[in-house]
Write a protein that binds this ligand. Structure first.
Ligand code: GDP
Ligand code: K
Ligand code: MG
Length: 272
């Protein structure tokens, strides 16, 4: 059976450049069913049994744009064998917002740091091993444009796809919110089928994401139980669940940046 590897990432992180490098083609352009978002799919030129999909560029796995829905449906419903989450290393902090969500999908995932050719110029030092242990998945540096690190990236993705090895998605939220997510997961558990990622659905259900909840067809009592969990946290933190999740993601990423990036010393200025 063919191995399928999905390329996920923000717009302009270099996905299509990578896709073209890996497949040696401009890919097969079709449409995702029901939407006009382009679907690019082609075999890896070094192993034709591996099919690579270039997902639409997105900033989040929220349900608000066709691109987001296509990408999240591919990750959550189609379940590729592995994911390459491509990150523009020059915009690491912003790109990691999507990374936290991709990791929650519970698929074998490697983070590809792209545009590393530009990082070297800036003088900032990134601790890749530290980032890898924060994210709980392999992280590979490279440059799609300069064709650097691509064998290591694909080797890692292929081996993850073959073994099916998933990391443990990092616990990015505060203890209060993690507790609510766990309680939500406990409500959902009897209604999830094999392959439906528990943590992803629990977070979406906590946020009140109707599209995600609809796919589960939960009984009214379960929906009510989740509503109670959500309302409790919203009252305590005085914010709506979706904003709480967003804010806490950014807080966690800020900590990761502090722990993993050493900024180049700024030039001294004479002005006070
Ligand atoms: P996509 O929107 O994720 O598909 O991104 P594209 O593949 O279209 O790339 C966006 C821009 O980034 C293009 O101008 C690419 O040439 C450039 N780009 C892609 N990869 C790299 C890289 O590794 N280094 C540099 N410097 N530029 C890159
Ligand atoms: K583009
Ligand atoms: Mg593209």
């Amino acid at each position: 059976m063919a191995i399928t590897i999905a390329l996920a990432g923000n717009p302009n992180c270099g996905k299509t450049t990578l896709f073209n490098q890996l497949t040696g083609s401009n890919g097969y352009v079709g449409n995702w069913p029901g939407v006009t978002v382009e679907k690019l799919e082609a075999p890896w030129r070094k192993n034709k049994d591996v099919v690579i999909t270039d997902l639409p560029g997105i900033y989040s796995l929220s349900p608000y744009s066709p691109e987001e829905v296509v990408s999240r449906d591919h990750l959550v419903k189609d379940r590729p064998s592995a994911v390459i989450d491509l990150v523009d290393v020059t915009n690491l902090e912003r790109n990691l917002y999507l990374t936290t969500q991709v990791l929650e999908c519970g698929l074998p995932t490697v983070v590809g740091l792209n545009m590393c050719d530009l990082l070297e110029k800036s003088g900032d030092q990134l601790d890749v091993d530290a980032l890898s242990s924060e994210l709980g998945c392999p992280v590979v540096k490279g440059s799609a444009l300069r064709s650097q690190g691509l064998d290591q990236l694909m080797g890692t993705a292929e081996s993850l796809a073959t073994t099916g090895r998933t990391g443990r998605a990092p616990r990015v939220f505060s203890p209060r919110v993690e507790k609510a997510i766990q309680e939500t997961a406990d409500v959902l558990k009897p209604h999830l089928s094999a392959g439906q990622p528990e943590r992803w659905f629990a977070i979406k259900a906590f946020e009140g994401d109707e599209k995600a909840l609809d796919t589960l067809g939960l009984p009214a009592a379960s929906l009510a139980a989740i509503g109670t969990i959500r309302a409790g946290v919203e009252a305590e933190l005085d914010d709506d669940a979706e904003s709480i999740i967003t804010t806490e993601r950014y807080d966690w990423i800020e900590g990761v940046m502090r722990r993993c990036v050493v900024k180049a010393p700024k030039a001294l200025t004479t002005s006070e």
